[in-house]
Design a protein around this ligand. Structure first.
Ligand code: ADP
Length: 270
């Protein structure tokens, strides 16, 4: 069954200019998908439509086989979690621990299990020392970590990340990406991540490329990265390691394309 099925979706904020035009894609259950595209291409608009914050002008959305509409939206929201780029509007608790607890209470997790889960997820995002801090007083990157901890705690079936690691440094991004990968591989969660981080795109299974509100490319990361020039025209760079690897292939130093830095090093060491 598809976790998400979008068919012929069109949307406009002002009733005139379409910011999404006839967008269709399907994401199977358990698939880790990334959406990439230049700024303003419509990525966040898709995320807002998928959680029912707005309704499409045309087209339909199915979540876990059920049509998303005014009647089903509240029930379906139990199955879909989202982490926004700017989590300020998402904080409810007065401390980091309270904030994570709030999500757990909503999902009826027994009180006696809560503390253990809160400490576990805070540790996984590197925020264990901040459990008594006020979320609003944290830095942008720390706020993003807390918002991600909140979603790790409740593990909804479908999780949408809307540029949720944009304020983290490369090391911070890598460690959060590892947590997202674990959520996908160990818990079989469906992940839809809107990202500019091509290292994250490389670790996903399916990529959707948006340009001016239209889907222009879909495929595996390697299929998408093969369109290097087209991606560059949308200000999207293929991962650095893959660029190096392509140069190595050109120079006949290696006979196999690789996509992570680790793989490049392995090839060079052979
Ligand atoms: P992306 O996430 O790819 O950067 P968005 O979905 O945020 O793109 O925006 C797509 C288009 O919709 C842009 O032209 C943007 O200016 C416009 N837009 C986004 N939010 C609003 C809004 N609340 N009101 C009017 N226009 C908006």
């Amino acid at each position: 069954m598809d976790a998400i099925k979008v068919s012929g979706l069109s949307f406009s904020y002002d009733g005139k200019k379409e910011v999404l035009s006839n967008v269709s894609f399907s994401i199977p259950k358990g698939c880790y998908t990334t959406i990439i595209g230049h700024n303003g291409s419509g990525k966040s608009t898709i995320a807002k439509l998928l959680i029912g914050l707005m309704s499409p002008k045309q087209g339909s959305i199915e979540i876990l086989g059920q049509s998303l509409n005014e009647d089903s939206v509240y029930e379906l929201r139990d199955h879909v979690g989202i982490v926004f780029q700017n989590p300020d509007n998402q904080f409810i608790g007065s401390t980091v621990a309270d904030d994570i607890a709030f999500g757990l209470e909503n999902h009826c997790v027994p009180q006696e299990q809560m503390q253990e889960i809160i400490e576990d997820v805070a540790e996984r995002v590197g925020m264990l020392d901040f459990l008594n801090s006020e979320p609003t007083k944290l830095s942008g990157g720390q706020k993003q970590r807390v918002a991600i901890a909140g979603i790790l705690a409740i593990e909804p079936e479908i999780i949408i990340f809307d540029e949720s690691t944009s304020m983290l440094d490369p090391q911070g991004k890598a460690s959060i990406n590892e947590q997202i990968q674990k959520l996908h591989s160990e818990k079989d969660r469906t992940i839809l991540s809107i990202t500019h981080d091509m290292e994250e795109v490389a670790q996903s299974e399916y990529v959707i490329v948006l340009k001016d509100g239209k889907v222009v490319l879909t495929g595996s990361p390697m299929e998408i990265f093969a369109h290097e020039k087209e991606l560059a025209s949308m200000m999207l760079d293929i991962p650095f390691a893959l660029k190096v690897s392509k140069e190595l292939v050109k120079e006949k130093i290696t006979d196999q394309e690789v996509c992570t830095l680790e793989e490049v090093v392995n090839q060079l060491c052979q």
